[in-house]
Design a protein around this ligand. Structure first.
Ligand code: ASP
Length: 338
């Protein structure tokens, strides 16, 4: 007998890391609620999971209190360098009905689903890196494009380029100044490890057609070296979608890459619920790296899970049973297993 579905469903994160100034919380909550309402509205109107996760992430990229798009943290040189990625798993029958074709690099990952993905790394001149990641997925033969080449591609597909300074908020500049004073910026790497930021954004959704998507966007970790690429640009690490479900990660990118966090978690949905998988994925990440990270997950039945081991993580969720909810999520126990 087919098990009950609770579709559509959407889960969104606003980053795991330090708690951030309390005074900013109401506005971060408001920004997150506006973003999830947008995504949930698309899903309720029978839009696709891809449209929902991209629209949700765009809204958060445009909000200056999130570390993605406008408002991104600055790298060791004081510049914005952003990463983003998106992945879409679509039932094959609806893929062929809607577009009549499948792209060359769309691989059949599962008997009934086709998957596609797009990503960008170290971009400084686009307002919404997630839209460029989607364009790479839909209009190029590639999956990951970086730096000037990615920006050149943006121009070709009609995405407006901005001056890099236009992406820098006064708040981000001030935080960079403070950090520079504290560390002397002599050891940017150590600084990046010592203090996590927060505010990376991501979303995972399943729509009424059964299609599944995830998207992630970030300005990276504080104090990161010029040219550093994090997990948010890497399919399988910071973002993954599959017939089984979808995931987006946040936290110390190097640990997320080492553990292929999102792909491992989504594949584990074959045997467990998103709630259990999220906790286990973070516990395994702690065992392997001792780092701080968070994950959100949705499965093909619309069940949602999330977990993290940082000081704080902002999450919002939507499904027909529970409606829209916002949470400041407590960390799971961080003791490393013997
Ligand atoms: N995972 C992001 C990165 O390493 C940062 C974050 O999620 O806060 O670039």
């Amino acid at each position: 007998m087919a098990r009950a579905r609770n579709l559509p469903a959407l889960v969104v994160h606003g980053g795991a890391g330090n708690a951030g100034p309390g005074a900013e919380r109401p506005e971060r909550r408001r920004g997150m609620m506006a973003a999830i309402r947008l995504g949930a509205g698309i899903l309720r109107a029978k839009g696709t999971a891809l449209e929902a996760v991209v629209a949700t992430v765009v809204a958060l990229e445009d909000h200056p209190l999130f570390n993605a798009g406008y408002g991104s943290l600055l790298n060791s040189e004081g510049n914005v360098e952003m990463d983003a990625s998106v992945m879409f798993a679509e039932p094959v029958f609806s893929a062929s009905k809607r577009s009549g074709k499948r792209s060359d690099r769309t691989h059949s990952h599962d008997a009934d689903y086709s998957v596609s993905a797009g990503a960008v790394a170290v971009v400084s001149r686009v307002r919404n890196p997630i839209m460029l990641a989607r364009a790479v997925m839909e209009h190029s033969p590639h999956i990951l494009m970086a730096g000037h080449g990615a920006e050149n591609f943006a121009r070709k597909v009609g995405i407006r380029l901005v001056r890099p300074e236009e992406m820098i908020t006064e708040r981000a500049r001030e935080r960079w100044r403070v950090r520079k004073e504290q560390t002397g910026m002599l050891e940017a790497e150590a600084a990046a490890r010592a203090a996590m930021g927060h505010g990376t954004v991501g979303a995972a959704a399943v729509d009424v057609h059964g299609a599944i998507a995830a998207a992630t966007s970030t300005g990276g970790v504080p104090g990161k070296l010029f040219g550093r690429v994090g997990d948010s640009a890497l399919i399988g690490a910071g973002t993954f979608a599959h017939a089984l479900g979808a995931a987006s990660a946040t936290g110390q990118g190097e640990a997320i890459i080492l553990t292929a966090l999102c792909r491992e978690a989504v594949l584990a949905l074959a045997d467990s619920t998103p709630k259990v998988v999220a906790r286990e994925a973070i516990a395994e990440m702690i065992d392997a790296t001792g780092a701080e990270a968070g994950i959100i997950l949705v499965d093909g039945r619309g069940r949602i899970g999330y977990a993290h081991n940082a000081a704080s993580m902002q999450v919002a969720r939507y499904d027909p049973a529970g409606g829209i909810q916002h949470l400041w999520l407590d960390p799971i126990a961080t003791a490393r297993r013997p």
